[in-house]
Design a binder for this molecule. Sequence first.
Ligand code: FES
Length: 124
Amino acid sequence: MIGRHANLWQPICSKQTLESGQFVEFSLAATELNVDTLPLTGFAFLDGTTPKAYLNKCPHMGVELNWMPGRFMDTDNLFLQCSTHGALFKPRDGECIAGPCQGDALTALDIREAGDSLEVRLPE
Ligand code: FES
């Protein structure tokens, strides 16, 4: 059951911080979903001009996608890539199009502008 804190919006950065090609990483505030487990982390970026955010959690084994801060793209700069086994994900919807979790998808977070900030929350 999702707790009452699960869907609170939380600020992650200013709008100006999220520039094209940049990734912002963040931790989600503790919720009943992640108490007693590893903290949930996520990342945000611009897909064109649209902000996107996903949990930083590969659907294959649950590990974080990146092994270096801010590095999420494949060498062709077309797809999000898991650094553990190389799964590729479409930036627009998080669908895995190659790798051991093909057909699965990253968990998208809700993201919105609030004043000068960007805020995220777990999906309802
Ligand atoms: S853990 Fe991500 S592809 Fe295996």
